[in-house]
Design a protein around this ligand. Structure first.
Ligand code: AMP
Ligand code: MG
Length: 404
């Protein structure tokens, strides 16, 4: 064992360094079908009003409000997509269906429930309001209105409004291409029977899921041995295509930990150790051409917690997300949260609702090897370094992963 040469950096400072060195990726125009979940790269501005024509909100009769109380001759019909193409004379009505164009001359739609029909006439109520029961041009959007802002993620409603305003393609940020690699001579492919001292490469699957959820396009490199040259070859090759490299394992101070020296030889290591629990050996480097590399610790919980704290926000910045971080909420602790003297700790909790409050219960042993502390966890409670901690009953901020 040798002592680490890297200074222990404050967790917030390390997170700020990572974000500062992660650059926003370029823009591509893609068709709607492929843009679900992507991030809009430019504000979307309405080029014309929506709706584009006055359109009936109900099934009924298009009339003039001035003809209230009269019996009117029905002169035609305006159905959705099949307009009544002449102007409506005074003293007449046109049958209209939801979505039908309101004929010129009409200023009011009377609901079918409110009229009396006899032959080809219709008697309308004694009081009618001009403007009733139809959508006017530009009610939803006026020309020049901002429809969506750059940085918005495209979900169902966003794609719907883009389509409603006639966009078949949208400008979105490129997704980060991430090369993912596990390191360690003890690792075997999942599904193969581990020999003595061997374990399945579980981080690959955990990180693959986390990366995809964060919007990355992942290239799985597999397992690299704890040997400098093979490791270097895999990494150098992968970096030809990738915007970011994510490794797990090989960043602590044991003699087989080769990731830091490798990143040191390929670029600049900005973070080599962090005052964070779990995740002290987290490593971050910048490489040529705005590429970044994240050396995550091997312990499964450490790798996922450092992913949450450092990698996910960076990937979201690269994609142009307006919102980089998980939401936080105030939760009441149901347990005594003991602090770590010199490191910020992210403790895993499950949440339950009690009245209007969220109550946080620990997931049990917080060992960094114990994935069971993270499986099913709803949130990470941030416990500041020091000797204070938080007593049960205290209200603290929690980083929300999901809500019960
Ligand atoms: P390291 O950071 O390489 O010192 O690894 C720390 C611990 O995490 C060791 O017990 C490793 O066996 C374990 N570990 C490393 N990589 C993985 C992986 N890909 N999947 C599961 N456990 C791992
Ligand atoms: Mg290792």
């Amino acid at each position: 064992m040798r002592a680490s040469a890297y200074p222990l950096i404050d967790a917030d400072e390390a997170a700020a360094l990572v974000l500062q060195h992660s650059s926003v990726l370029g823009v591509e125009r893609i068709e709607l079908a492929r843009s679900v979940g992507r991030v809009l790269a430019e504000d979307l501005i309405a080029e014309s009003p929506l709706p584009a024509f006055p359109s009936s909100a109900v099934d009924g009769y298009a009339v003039r409000a001035a003809d209230a109380g009269k019996t009117l001759r029905v002169v035609g019909e305006s159905a959705a997509g099949r307009p009544f193409d002449s102007s409506l004379p005074a003293g007449t009505a046109a049958r209209i269906l939801t979505g039908g164009v309101v004929p010129d001359g009409a200023d009011c739609i009377v609901m079918v429930e409110d009229v009396h029909v006899s032959g080809d006439t219709v008697t309308v109520p004694a009081s009618l309001r001009a403007g009733g029961n139809f959508h006017r041009i530009g009610d939803d959007l006026r020309e020049g209105d901002r429809i969506l802002s750059a940085g918005a993620q495209l979900g169902a409603a966003e794609l719907g409004i883009a389509a409603a305003t006639g966009r078949a393609e949208l400008p979105v940020r490129r997704r980060p291409r991430v090369a993912l690699m596990s390191t360690g001579d003890e690792l075997v492919e999942v599904g193969r029977t581990p020999g003595r001292g061997q374990i399945p490469d579980s981080n690959r699957w955990a990180l693959l899921a986390a990366l995809r959820e964060a919007g990355a396009d992942v290239d799985v490199l597999g397992i690299a041995p704890d040997e400098a040259e093979p490791l270097r070859r895999v990494v150098v090759d992968a970096l030809k295509e990738a915007d970011a490299l994510v490794t797990s394992g090989g960043v602590s101070v044991g003699t087989h930990d080769l990731v830091k020296p490798l990143l040191e030889s390929l670029g600049t290591v900005h973070v080599g150790r962090v005052k964070l629990k779990p995740g002290k050996p987290f490593t971050f480097a910048t490489l040529a051409d705005h590429r970044v590399a994240f050396g995550l610790p091997g312990f499964p919980v450490s790798s996922l917690v450092t992913f949450e704290v450092f990698v996910r926000p960076a990937l979201r910045k690269m994609q142009g997300f307006a919102q980089l971080h998980r939401p936080t909420l105030a939760v009441r602790l149901a347990y005594d949260a003991k602090p770590t003297a010199d490191r910020t700790e992210y403790q895993r909790v499950v949440l339950r609702r009690e009245g209007r409050e969220l109550v946080a219960e620990t997931t049990g042993s917080q060992s960094s090897s114990r994935l069971m502390s993270l499986a099913g966890a709803h949130a990470l409670v941030r416990i500041p370094a020091g000797d204070q901690g938080f007593k049960a009953g205290t209200v603290v901020e929690a980083l929300i992963l999901s809500l019960p």
